[in-house]
Design a binder for this molecule. Structure first.
Ligand SMILES: [Zn+2]
Length: 420
């Protein structure tokens, strides 16, 4: 134990001094083929600490389901030994994570304020400055929203977009980067907002004008900043929970079926649900804000990465609840439209059956508490070649195909529920 603590302190010392390096970290795709193999992976996940030289990108769920595991050089031989067994199928998906990090955002410059133009991944300040600039450019349509502050005192910034503020309309909420490292998500969300303001395409104009829209590109500002400045692979909030471990998973922290599967009570885990529902300040702030606009809410869309999936509620059960059949029908059409743009194929289904059991998400809370008709979670590009480190050249194509599918979701819903 003493030895482990010493090691942790040594690593902690390094981490506080410099940005975390992922040099020679590899990413494995692993499929457990037996209960024993699955248990081995689950045991490994349970041992995860803040500075463990491994991290699950997709955790173990059941036999036959692919797991994505990032592994540091110091334990690569151990992992190889573990996988050298007919109970596992495995392959290396990424050879050097640090190299991918260096190539991900090549055109971004640290010495200037980079414009938000979907050729680079922007920082929190750049995104928030851009939102403020929209409120100046489009004062009749855009209102800046700052519903509250995070644990570290940052504003959570969003905008309301309404082309006819005097006419009451149904409401749509668009959320991204509740998971810090999923940078593609805020890039896609801001692109959709920008297209709603500037596109001359008829179907996009019609959709933008039909509803009152709320865009919150960065739902977890503390984690997002940390993923830019300290640790590219950071996922959680930045609340300190013990000597070594920070952060709860803000998408396991919402008070609907909280801790009912796919979440952890270990503060060092990447899926730590927090000590209680809504323990994270940023989640509590957004809970209050969202609860106030659900009366008239028709849709809640949240963006995550990666996997190329469109997910519908719920995460705690595979039962087809609420308007499951309708949501599946709409998803089928929307994903075909998405694929037609750049040949990116998506699968779709409820969270628990498609990806894994995961309770306590914002989408489930909105659907469960308020029965909002349309509720989807996107897992954006890719399938794992770059994972969270999707090169910035892919922002625009990802955003384009996603917008086409968003338009389609509302068109299909309208066909099933024509407004008089
Ligand atoms: Zn996510």
């Amino acid at each position: 134990m003493k030895k482990i603590c010493f090691l942790l302190l040594a690593i902690l010392g390094q981490v506080t001094l410099a940005k975390v390096s992922y040099k020679n970290y590899k990413v494995y795709s692993i499929t457990p083929k037996s209960e024993h193999a699955l248990k081995t992976l689950i045991d490994l996940e349970t041992e995860a600490m803040e500075f463990s030289p491994f991290q699950f990108w997709h955790g173990p769920t059941k036999v036959g389901h692919e797991v994505t595991l990032m592994v540091g050089p110091e334990i690569q031989q151990n992992i190889k030994n573990m996988l050298n067994n007919s109970d596992f199928d495995s392959r290396i998906m990424m050879d050097d994570v640090e190299e991918k990090i260096n190539n991900e955002n090549r055109l971004w410059r640290s010495d200037v304020v980079n414009p938000v133009n979907w050729t680079v991944y922007n920082t929190l300040d750049e995104i928030n400055n851009w939102l403020e600039s929209l409120a100046i450019e489009f004062p009749s349509y855009i209102t800046i929203l700052k519903p509250g502050k995070t644990h570290q005192g940052r504003d959570i910034v969003g905008v309301k977009l309404d082309f006819s503020p005097l006419i009451q309309k149904q409401v749509v909420f668009m959320e991204s980067n509740i998971h810090a490292r999923e940078w593609i998500t805020s890039a896609v969300n801001t692109y959709i907002l920008d297209q709603f303001l500037r596109s001359t395409q008829t179907d996009i104009r019609a959709l933008a004008q039909k509803y009152t829209w709320y865009f919150f590109p960065v739902m977890n500002p503390d984690g997002f900043v940390f993923s830019h400045t300290e640790n590219r692979m950071w996922r959680k909030t930045r609340t300190r929970y013990n000597l070594f471990c920070y952060g709860a998973d803000p998408n396991r922290n919402w008070g609907y079926q909280w801790m009912n599967g796919g979440a952890s009570q270990n503060p060092c885990s990447d899926i730590y649900a927090g000590p209680r529902p809504f323990s994270e300040e940023s989640v509590e702030v957004m809970r209050g804000f969202i609860a106030n606009i659900t009366d008239n809410m028709i849709a809640y869309l949240d963006f995550h990465s990666f996997s190329q999936m469109l997910l519908l509620p719920y995460g705690h059960t595979t039962d087809p609840l609420d308007n499951y059949d309708e949501m599946m029908k709409i998803a089928e059409v929307a994903m075909a439209k998405l694929e037609a743009v750049h040949r990116t194929s998506y699968i779709f289904g409820n969270v628990a059956e498609t990806i894994y059991i995961a309770a306590g998400s914002s989408m489930d809370w909105v659907k469960g508490e308020f029965k909002v008709p349309i509720a989807y979670t996107y897992e954006l590009r890719d399938r794992g070649q770059f994972g969270f480190l999707l090169p910035a050249e892919q922002i625009l194509p990802t955003a384009e195909e996603t917008l086409v599918s968003v338009v389609s979701i509302f068109e299909e819903y309208e066909k099933l529920h024509p407004t008089p």
